[in-house]
Design a protein around this ligand. Structure first.
Ligand code: S0N
Length: 287
């Protein structure tokens, strides 16, 4: 039987491991953070612990001003992520080492992670080998870009296993592939191979499995040559319509951040600190 942890994917960077995690790995190289879900024995299904660790890793990457691009992936050739660990559905009685689940607390904290990925002001690439299904499929949907290996398989399983994602998992999916296709994906719970996913615009490109990381890192390197602030504004702008007022807030926050960098904004702050009237008259009233 194939070892689920085995990876045929050639490494493209000299990754340095950071942090101390149980369910994931966080590695950095060349301004890229690679976050790997490391539960290959369950096809990288996530449990609450996994999601808290992923959230911590995304915060780490966000706050590190050396990091310009984030890659999310799963350990091994067989799966990116198979969604929520079906042994843990917020019921009590689970015997395992997930602290949250063992307290019998229903925590759908994957929704928090989805929002966090959307709001992370750096491009996030889903690097998908094998299955991206259920909540794992939604994780790739909320990433900015998806690079798929030729063995990738995509799909939703919700109605088959008694769950659904009525947020990004359906709304954003419909934005990407269209209403009819999104309903087909959810209602029929079919699986789609990498070529079909590319055809419907669900992934950016498909490459042979061994070259998956090489291609992903090449895309990351190209983005790293571009203006990080321009990329940040583009991400917020693309998100704004679908994220409603929260999307507008993100875009507005970015505008405020840019404004704070101007002498005009700094004049207001300085005047307050120096207990004088601000001299905004010195600044042009731009057309
Ligand atoms: C991924 C699939 C298609 C792979 O098939 P394959 O290659 O034939 O392997 P299997 O033999 O099926 O699996 C290998 C081992 O891995 C275990 N496993 C696989 N997926 C999961 C999983 N999601 N949860 C727990 N275990 C999993 C298998 O059981 C097997 O183990 P052994 O060898 O010991 O039997 C195929 O495995 C598949 O279809 N998997 C299930 C996909 C799925 O339905 N996912 C859930 C979809 N729903 C969500 O993601 C919603 C979120 C959610 O459930 C949630 C999450 C956290 C907190 C709460 C919730 C909630 O909804 O309440």
């Amino acid at each position: 039987m194939t070892d689920p942890a085995h990876s045929s994917i050639e490494l493209a960077c000299d990754w340095r491991s950071v942090g101390d995690y149980r369910d994931i790995r966080y590695e950095v190289a060349e301004g890229i953070a690679k976050i790997t879900i490391n539960r290959p024995e369950v096809r990288n299904a996530f449990r609450p612990q996994t999601l808290f660790e992923l959230s911590d890793a995304f915060n780490r990457a966000r706050d590190d001003d050396e990091i310009g691009v984030i890659v999310l992936t799963g350990q091994g050739d067989l799966a990116f992520c198979s969604g929520g660990d079906q042994r843990i559905r917020g019921d009590d009685g689970y015997i395992g080492d997930d602290d949250v689940a063992n307290r019998g607390i229903g925590r759908l904290n994957v929704l928090d992670l989805q929002v966090q990925i959307r709001r992370t002001p750096k491009p996030v690439i889903a690097m998908v080998a094998g299955y991206a299904v259920g909540g794992g499929h939604v994780l790739h949907i909320v990433c900015d870009l998806t690079i798929a290996a030729d063995n990738a398989r995509f799909g939703q399983t919700g109605p088959k296993v008694g769950s659904f994602d009525g947020g990004y998992g359906s709304g954003l999916l419909a934005r990407i592939v269209g209403q009819k296709k999104s309903r087909e994906i959810w209602y029929l719970c079919k699986q789609y191979d990498a070529a079909e996913a590319e055809e419907m615009g669900l992934v950016n490109t498909v490459v042979p499995l061994a070259q998956l990381e090489r291609e992903t890192v090449s895309w990351a390197r190209q983005m790293l040559q571009h203006s990080p602030l321009a990329l940040r504004m583009l991400k917020a702008s693309h998100n704004a319509v679908d994220d409603g007022l929260a999307g507008v807030q993100q875009l507005a926050g970015d505008s405020t951040m840019l404004f704070y960098m101007t002498e005009e904004a700094q004049e207001g702050r300085n005047a307050y600190r120096e207990k004088r009237t601000p001299d905004f008259g010195q600044f042009p009233k731009r057309p």
